[in-house]
Write a protein that binds this ligand. Structure first.
Ligand SMILES: [Zn+2]
Length: 114
């Protein structure tokens, strides 16, 4: 039952590099926004909203990066397709769609209902 996840691993590393680039861009945008301090209050509010969006994008990118790194570790450890919550196999069709899933559909839907 040995599976070869070399392709998946390469795919994950490519995703990781892309996200790193995106995160760098977001961070630079935020820094640039912080430099423009001489605004009236209305513009300032818009600016703050933009920063919130960028914070959100930055956070979701970081969460994704962490999940991808964990998936790569799981490939190396040979438990890539094992649910990290209940230990059952994750549906391979779901892993094709989101290759860094760490939970089976049961645990993922339980977590969503939270
Ligand atoms: Zn599970």
């Amino acid at each position: 039952m040995d599976k070869n996840y070399d392709d998946v691993r390469q795919n994950l590393i490519a995703m990781l590099e892309e996200l790193d680039d995106r995160l760098t861009t977001i961070t630079q945008d935020v820094r640039h926004a912080d430099e423009d301090v001489e605004k009236d209050s209305e513009e300032q509010a818009t600016q703050n909203e933009n920063n919130d969006v960028q914070d959100y994008l930055g956070n979701s990118a970081r969460v994704e990066i962490a999940a991808i790194k964990q998936a790569i570790v799981r490939i190396d450890n040979g438990n890539y397709d094992i649910c990290q919550t209940c230990g059952e196999a994750i549906n391979p069709e779901r892993l094709k769609v989101v290759p860094y899933l760490a939970q089976c559909i049961k645990c993922a839907s339980l977590a969503e209902k939270g």
